[in-house]
Design a protein around this ligand. Structure first.
Ligand code: GAL
Length: 671
């Protein structure tokens, strides 16, 4: 359900010339002379968009009902005079001390009953009626004061909803959970049936008996957990909508968003579900510095963000110029890495590149976190690179608004992520992303762009559709995936997919129930592998984590297990379906096995790389509605790399010469 509005908000893109560039701005941490210097430095770097006021509540309303907007007036006026637009934050991610002292019941409660105190941030439960009232109150004050301010281009609602804690177990949360269940199931009988409460004497006589899945002696009811996960994602979004309703009422012309945390590590919020409430999708992304393949994780996150955004341009709301402060060891980015990271996001659909934060803090918990203006000021590599990035983005205006081109879809489902990783399953090593990330990595390294799509999305434009560990699936989604194969796509489904329905009930009659017919196979028993155990397939592939006893029922075996006790049992199968095909993969292949399989799938689907390029070059193509196309070639290696493309070199100027220097990026406006 989306919040009603009296008129459509403007587009944030209309108010900013070219690609947006900037970051979180926390001027309240600095005296006036520094704030004035900030404006000069912002102009020097080419900044045109800032998120302001994210953690300012205690200064904006130092006592209940007593407001001080003078400093924010000055900041916004100066930014407007400099032509810089603002994503104005509701300062609601950190309630002030007076509010918590008056209403300690707003504090979050964990599954074991611990109350999380103030002293850091995000110390509220989104289901607290009192908190919602106060948060809506300060939002209204801000909206009324700044509704016509020339700097205001976007609302930045709260901050990273679900960060630090995303599930809340207090009494008020329990009450909201009950009401959510009541709306969802209609009757307690419906819930009993869905939750399978005949098991372990869990039958309920009324919704009032229900509690969240708090700490308990052993395995909790899996459907209760799955529903609580659904509810928890909904509760955060419902809180967002409370603030959005105020924003829509007072400033119907101003678009609104909140910064998501789409990445391989964030699973608690169903961002596909959330996206309908966002006028533009915004994402925060941080590299894990110790990951030697961090550019691939970045691409994964950016591709998934684009999927959540429905393939429309999105905002990279935060990333870091260099080191963060919250990993065990925080190394700075390598020379040129920030530019590569930033343009990789643009290559994958971002039309805004922003950072946490503008000026590195002198005090507080994040003083060792990098920023656009480092502690060392202008005489630093980071500052020079920030200015260089501003210049580069300035040359990419023609790319703005274009769409990323892709003929490969990976089906992505947060519910399957949650459900597949519940406990008391055949193997705790089965992780939702295991197979999925291997395929994405292989395609990344080949220069083939991947779209992430919801299981019910339109799949008609894809030649290849990959369905990985889609453990729970609705009838509608299963039919959608089968339809893609029938209509000509090559569809691959990996193990532990289609096992249960949306209630987490087994689809009986042999696995994988939802896809048995499409695949032409039937599995009678799973045989997960022990840690370190491998199985070998007849084509040389080495499998880890999983094997199973597959029978053919219309499909042909492309490779079989060769190891006891599954010798001769099919491991990779294929069935022609309509004008397409349906493949099954019954283990997690090693890297060579994945390469072999991806070769075959791409050949059958007729999908090729964006361009020919040397190893180490990341490729992506964005296309404008009028047909102009832009090839992004990002050289992650430390050697110059050849790329076959003809056109204008937007960053370097002149014709593209066929080589991207070591560590550099080329954006080619193709002939
Ligand atoms: C984000 C957060 C920012 C800042 C940043 C540091 O999660 O939104 O406020 O804390 O991390 O990396």
């Amino acid at each position: 359900m989306s919040v009603q509005r009296s008129s459509s908000p403007n587009s944030v893109w209309d108010s900013i010339p070219g690609i947006a560039f900037g970051g979180d701005y926390n001027p309240e941490q600095w005296p006036v002379d520094v704030r004035l210097e900030d404006i000069e430095l912002m102009k020097e770097a080419g900044v045109n968009l800032l998120s302001v006021g994210i953690f300012s509540w205690a200064l904006l309303e130092p006592k209940e009902g007593e407001y001080d907007f003078a400093w924010l007036d000055e900041v916004l006026d100066n930014l407007a005079a400099a032509g810089i637009k603002v994503a104005l934050a509701t300062p609601t991610a950190a309630p002030p001390a007076w509010l918590v002292r008056k209403h300690p019941e707003i504090l979050p409660v964990t599954a074991d009953g611990t109350v999380l105190e103030r002293g850091s941030r995000r110390h509220y439960s989104p289901s607290s009626a009192v908190y919602r009232k106060y948060a809506a109150g300060i939002t209204r004050k801000l909206a009324e004061r700044y509704k016509d301010h020339p700097a205001l281009a976007l609302w930045h609602v709260d901050n990273e909803l679900g960060c630090h804690a995303s599930e809340f177990y207090g009494e008020e949360d329990a009450e909201a959970f009950r009401r959510w269940l009541e709306r969802h199931y209609g009757s307690i009988e419906g819930l009993n049936e869905a939750w399978g409460t005949a098991f372990w004497s869990q039958h309920y006589s009324s919704f009032e008996e229900i509690i969240p899945p708090r700490a308990a002696p052993t395995t909790l009811n899996p459907t209760q957990r799955l529903d609580f996960q659904r509810f928890s994602s909904w509760a955060l979004m419902d809180y967002y909508r409370t603030l959005l309703a105020v924003i829509r009422e007072v400033t119907p012309h101003v678009p609104a968003t909140t910064n998501l945390m789409v990445s391989s590590g964030t699973r608690s919020m169903d961002y596909f579900d959330w996206s309908e409430n966002l006028d533009v999708v915004a994402n925060d992304h941080y590299l894990v510095t110790a990951d030697p393949e961090r550019e691939i994780e970045l691409a994964f996150s950016a591709d998934l963000t684009r999927g959540v955004a429905g393939n429309k341009p999105w905002i990279l709301m935060e990333h870091s110029t260099s080191a963060v402060n919250w990993q065990p060891r925080n190394q700075p980015k390598r020379p040129g890495e920030m530019l590569r990271n930033s343009l990789a996001h643009v290559a994958r659909g971002a039309d805004a590149v922003m950072f946490f934060q503008w000026r590195q803090s002198a005090a507080g918990a994040e003083k060792f976190h990098s920023a656009m203006v480092p502690h060392g000021g202008r005489e630093t590599r980071v500052w020079r690179e920030v200015v260089g990035l501003g210049e580069a983005l300035g040359k990419l205006s023609a790319v703005k608004g274009s769409i990323v081109e892709s003929r490969v879809a990976i089906v992505f489902d947060y519910e399957a992520w949650w459900a597949s990783e519940l406990d008391s399953h055949p193997s705790e090593d089965v992780k939702y992303l295991n197979v999925l990330r291997e395929f994405h990595r292989s395609l990344f390294l080949r220069g083939v762009t991947v779209d992430f799509v919801h299981p019910t999305a339109d799949l008609s434009s894809y030649g290849l559709v990959l369905v990985c560990t889609l453990y729970c699936v609705t009838d509608e989604a299963a039919a959608n995936i089968a339809g893609a194969a029938e209509r000509g796509a090559t569809v691959l489904i990996s193990y532990f997919s289609g096992i249960v329905d949306e209630r987490d009930h087994i689809r009986l009659g042999g696995y994988p129930g939802a896809f048995r017919e499409l695949l032409g196979i039937r599995t009678e028993e799973f045989r997960p592998l022990f840690e370190g155990e491998e199985t070998v397939l007849s084509d040389g592939t080495r499998g880890r984590i999983w094997s199973e006893h597959v029978h053919l029922d219309g499909a042909e075996a492309l490779a079989s297990f060769t190891t006891y006790p599954l010798e001769g049992v099919p491991a990779i199968t294929r069935r022609s379906a309509g004008t397409g095909s349906a493949w099954y993969l019954a283990t997690l292949p090693d890297r060579e096995g994945i390469e072999r399989l991806v070769d075959k799938l791409l050949t059958e689907a007729g999908v090729a790389a964006c361009a020919e390029a040397a190893a180490g070059v990341e490729l992506s193509r964005r296309v404008q509605a009028d047909g102009r196309s832009f090839l992004f070639a990002i050289n992650h290696s430390r050697e110059d790399a050849a790329v076959k493309a003809d056109g204008e070199d937007l960053l370097g100027g002149g014709r593209f010469g066929g080589v991207v220097p070591a560590g550099a990026v080329a954006v080619i406006a193709e002939d």
